[in-house]
Design a protein around this ligand. Sequence first.
Ligand code: MSP
Length: 650
Amino acid sequence: MIKKTFYITTPIYYPSDKLHIGHSYTTVAADAMARFKRQTGYDVHFLTGTDEHGQKIERRAQELGQEPQVFVDGIVSWIKKLWELLDISYDDFIRTTEERHKVAVQKIFQKFYEQGDIYKSKYEGWYCTPCEAFWTERQLEEGNCPDCNRPVELVAEESYFFKMSKYVDRLVDYIEKNPDFIQPASRKNEMINNFIKPGLEDLCVSRTTFRWGIPVPFDPEHVIYVWLDALTNYITALGYASSDEQQLQRYWPADVQLIGKEIVRFHTIYWPIFLMALGLDLPDKVFGHGWLLLDDGKMSKSKGNVVDPEILVERYGSDAIRYFLLREISFGADGHFSEEALVHRLNFDLANDLGNLLNRTMAMLNKYFSGRVPSPGESAPLDDELKEMASTMPAKIEALMDQLQFSSALAELWKFIARANKYIDETAPWALAKNEQQSRLQSVMYNLVESIRIVSVVLLPFMPRTPQRIWSQLGIAEQTNLHTWDSIGTFGGLPADVQTLPGEMLFPRLELSGEGGAPVRQATKKDKLTPKVKDVQKVQSEGLLSIEEFARVDLRVAQIKTAEAIAGADKLLKLMVDVGGQERQVVAGIANHYSPAELVGKHILFVANLKPAKLRGIRSDGMLLAASDDEGNLVLATTEAPIKTGSSVK
Ligand code: MSP
C-alpha cells in the first residue's frame, strides 16, 4: 500500500545568536504535527534548518571578529543540540551554506533571468537589516521598520529586480480560490489589503554592498537577496534542480508551512510568486502563528534565563516545556510566557490531572491485585460513558490536529483524563474492595489502566518522553503493538495479566522558591511510589532484579565519534557518541586506560536512559559500560561484531 505523504516545514532560523523559547515554539509545533502524522500512518518529511547568509549575519560575525562561516558553524551546532534537547524529530536539516542549496539557488536565479522575470536597475530606498527587508518611504512607521520598529538604513545601489507585477493577478486568484492557503484567515486579509491592493512593487533580489551571500552566477559582484536564497530552501532540500529530484516528486507541494506572523508576507506573496515562476505547485497551507510575548513585551535573547530554552529544559524537562507551549497558547494568537504560568500549568494539568490518574490507579492496582492487571468482570452503565469517550476522542483529536489546533487537541485529551479521574470517584474502588465486589472491582481497575494506556498513546506526539515512562510503569514498555494509534481504535486492547511496576512520580508538584521568584522542583516524600507488589518485594529482598526492572534500563549499541581530554580532570574524557543517529555527550572516567585517539570509532554498549548529570560542570547524558578487575585493569564492553548503532542490547 502506498502511504499518503505529509511534508511540513518550519522557517529556517537565522544563526545570528542563540535562539530563545519563542523560536522554539514554531519548531515544537511542527514536531508535534510531524509526530502525529507519522503516528496516524503518513509518510512524513519534516524539514527545518538555518538561514545563514545576509548582511545581518555578516555584521554580527564582524562584530565578533570571526569569519562568517566559522561564526555560523558554532551557532548552528548549538541549534542542533537545542532541537535534540527538545526532541525535535526533523527528517532533514538544511543549511543555506551547503553546496546542495547554493548550486540550486544559482540555477533558480539563472532561470528567472533567462525567462525575463529578472532585470537590472537601481535600488533606492530603505532597508531593515534585522528583518533583511526592503521598505518604501510610505511603508515606514515613524521612520522605523514597520515589522520590528528598529531604525532602517537608506540604501542606493545597482540591483536586480524580480517582476512581481507579472504574477500578482494569478496570486490573488489563487488566494481567493484556495481559502485554506493562508491561515488564519485574518492574515490573508492583511496581505491582500496592506500589501497587494496598494500595488505590489517589484522586489529587489540582489545586493552589492556586502559579500556574505550566494553570488549571482552571471554577475558575481552581486549576491542574491537573502530572502530569495532562504525561501527556496523548502525545495532545494528536496533536491530541486539537482540530479536527484525523487524527494521533490514525492513530497512537493508542502502540506503545511509553519511560520511566525511577521514573515507571512514573504511566505504568501514572494514565495508563491517564485514558485509560479518556476512552474511548481503552491503549498497547501501556510500557517502564520502568533508570538510568544513576555509580560513586559517582545521576547529577545537579552531578557536572560527566563527565555533561554536550554535552561528551561534543564529546569523543567523537555516534555513539560513542549506541553506548556502547545497547550497554553491557541495556535494563531499571541500568548504570554512566564515561569509562573508554566509552573501553574505543570502543577494543575501534569501533576494533578495526569499524575494523579496514574498514581491513584497504580496504588489501587498494587493494593487489590498485586499490580497485575485483572481481566474485566462485571460491567455497569458507568463504564459505558468512559468507553464511549475513549473511542470518540481520537477522531476528535485528529480533526483538531488537521486544523493545527494543538491547544484544543490537548484540551480534548484532558477532558478524557478528567473523565477517568471522575470515574475513580464514582466507582469508588476502595468500597468495592471492602464489600468484596471482586468482579466489579476487576472491571473498574481494568478500565482505568486501559484508559491510561489510551491517554499515553494520544500524548506521544506532544510529549514524546512521558508515554515511555507510563509504559514502563504499566509493564508494556516492550509491547510496541500497544503503543500505536491503531491499538486505541477499540477500547480493550490491553491484555489482562500484565504485571505493572510503579515508578517515580511523573510530575512532582513544583513550588515557588521565593528566591527571585524562580520556581523549583520540591522533592516530597511522595516522589517515589513504593512498589507494594509482593513479588517485587521478594526479589528486592533477595537482591535480585525482576525482568521488568531490568527492562527499564535502555541498553544500546553506540559508536564513539569524538573523544577529548578535560582540562583539570586527569581521569575523565569527554566523548560524543552516536546512538542510532542521535548524538550524545558523555563524560567517562577512562582517561587512565584509553587515549582519545584509540576510542574513536569503537562500538560500545551504552546506557541510554540514565538521568543526565554534570561532571566537572560538563553535561553527561548516558553511560558507557566497561569491565574492571581488582588489579585496576579496565576494558570497554564492545560488540562482538559490527551492528547498527542504536541497536538495543538485551
Ligand atoms: N530566517 C528567517 C526565516 C526564513 S524562512 C525561509 C527568520 N528567522 S528567525 O530566526 O528570525 O525566526 C524564525 C521563526 O521564529 C519565525 O517564524 C519567527 O516568527 C519565530 N519567532 C521568533 N520569535 C518568536 C516569538 N517570540 N514567538 C513566536 N515565534 C517567534 O525569520
